[in-house]
Design a binder for this molecule. Structure first.
Ligand code: FAD
Ligand code: UDP
Length: 377
């Protein structure tokens, strides 16, 4: 008899949620493999210098509007409320990002700021969020002025650093993640639920995977695991093009290099993250203590340096959403469809989709209910 009913490739949010569901709700045996030497995928954290919790793959802030995802994850962790704030270094001062009414008042002389804000409120409405590329479509001179200003000072160079592409070359959803906000709310997200797992992400994953039907094998490649489990059904959360040996060409990904710095000060910056659209080679600096609430004599900072993805050298952190990649993805998705009932693809890399953590969880929960449960009946 086969030892495992399921082989789940990847111990990130997508893989862990599906393993937990299949093990606990269907009572089937699951082998979770990951090529890395730890669970939790890109959400992995560990105790680093000064006893501060380090997010190995860059700062991860949990936020969601999905009550279902929130309730589900709350079985595996308690939470610390946390509202992430970001400022951008623009012409020598730190202004709130997303750019909002407070940012306008800090940037322009009083009378001008007032006129711009009044017109924004009249045209779009207080509390509205307008993607920068949408705001730039306006013909109204004042609105066009502020749109171009924010595009030039906040988006143009940051986006080029991050993606090596111009904002207009990307799917508009990318820059729409940080829309112009006609508000005085300086938080980076406005979701209903915003918090950090009290004991960190890795602990959350340990609890999720702690089930008698789940076995985790680290530093294990899919290709190796499938040889010993040829009959198991597969959930693949790695890169979809890699699964199919790049037969329709390699999809592009964007990578990052993280540099961690320790400083003796209690605090190095006023908020969790400072974005540097126009200076330096990094895009942003995050001070972890803001996120983790650790107390320490000193502080840790993470700088993010975007770089090209090179297979085997660095990690494919971001799919690159453009019209070209969505075309390239199609034949892979068709091939994936032809394996339905035997192999399922999901996650940021399996779907080649720019998911946040809650979206990866939501996708995994939906896949379980809509496809996996019916398939085994
Ligand atoms: P992953 O976490 O990437 O897990 C996939 C796993 O599969 C990896 O561990 C990989 O090693 C393994 N794998 C791949 N191929 C193979 C193979 N062939 N064999 C074995 N194992 C394999 N989201 C938020 O909600 N808030 C944030 O603040 C946030 N910040 C982010 C910051 C950065 C810098 C990055 C890169 C992402 C951020 N995210 C954030 C997004 C978040 O990381 C993802 O939504 C989430 O990790 C996706 O989970 P996943 O399981 O789909 O993929
Ligand atoms: N962005 C920008 N300037 C900023 C913040 C964001 O140009 O100050 C653009 C950039 O293209 C970035 C995208 O908006 O990649 C999404 O930003 P987000 O902070 O959501 O990126 P992530 O946290 O996923 O790296």
């Amino acid at each position: 008899m086969a030892k495992y009913d399921w082989l789940i490739v990847g111990a990130g949010f997508t893989g862990a949620v599906l393993a937990e569901r299949i093990a606990s709700q269907l009572g089937q045996k699951v082998l979770v493999v990951d090529r890395r030497d730890h669970i939790a995928g890109n959400a992995y954290d560990y105790r680093g210098p000064l006893g501060i919790l380090v997010h190995k793959y860059g700062p991860h802030i949990f936020h969601t509007n999905s009550k279902m995802v929130w309730n589900y994850l709350s079985r595996f962790t308690q939470w610390m409320p946390y509202f992430h704030k970001v400022v951008g270094s623009v012409d020598g001062q730190f202004v709130p990002i997303p750019f909002n009414i407070n940012s306008i008042e800090m940037t322009f002389p009083q009378g001008m700021a007032q006129r711009l804000c009044e017109e924004l409120v009249e045209t779009y409405g207080f509390g509205k969020k307008i993607p920068i590329m949408k705001l730039r479509e306006t013909d109204a001179p004042n609105m066009r002025y502020i749109a171009d200003y924010v595009y030039d000072k906040v988006f143009k160079n940051y986006t080029f650093k991050q993606w090596n592409l111009r904002p207009e070359d990307l799917d508009p959803m990318v820059t729409a993640r940080v829309p112009f906000f006609i508000s005085r709310d300086d938080r980076y997200f406005q979701d209903t639920y915003q918090a950090m797992p009290r004991e960190g992400y890795t602990r959350l994953f340990e609890r999720m995977l702690d089930h008698e039907n789940i076995h985790v094998s680290l530093e294990t490649e899919y290709k190796h695991a499938v040889e010993s489990n040829p009959d198991a059904r597969v959930v693949f959360t790695g890169p979809i093009d890699e699964f199919f040996d790049y037969q329709f060409g390699a999809l592009p990904y964007r990578s990052l290099r993280f540099e961690m710095r320790q400083e003796p000060d209690q605090w190095a910056q006023p908020v969790g993250t400072v974005n540097y659209p126009n200076e330096f080679d990094f895009t942003r600096i995050t001070e972890l203590k803001h996120l983790t609430r650790d107390r320490a004599d000193g502080t840790l900072l993470i700088e993010e340096y975007p770089e090209a993805y090179v297979a085997g050298k660095n990690e494919p952190y971001y799919p690159v959403p453009t019209p070209d990649t969505s075309k390239m993805l199609k034949p892979y998705q068709e091939l994936a469809g032809s394996l339905s009932g035997k192999v399922w693809f999901a996650g940021r890399l399996g779907d080649y989709a720019y998911y946040n953590m809650d979206q990866a969880c939501g996708r995994a929960l939906a896949l379980f209910e809509k496809q996996i449960v019916p398939a085994i009946r």
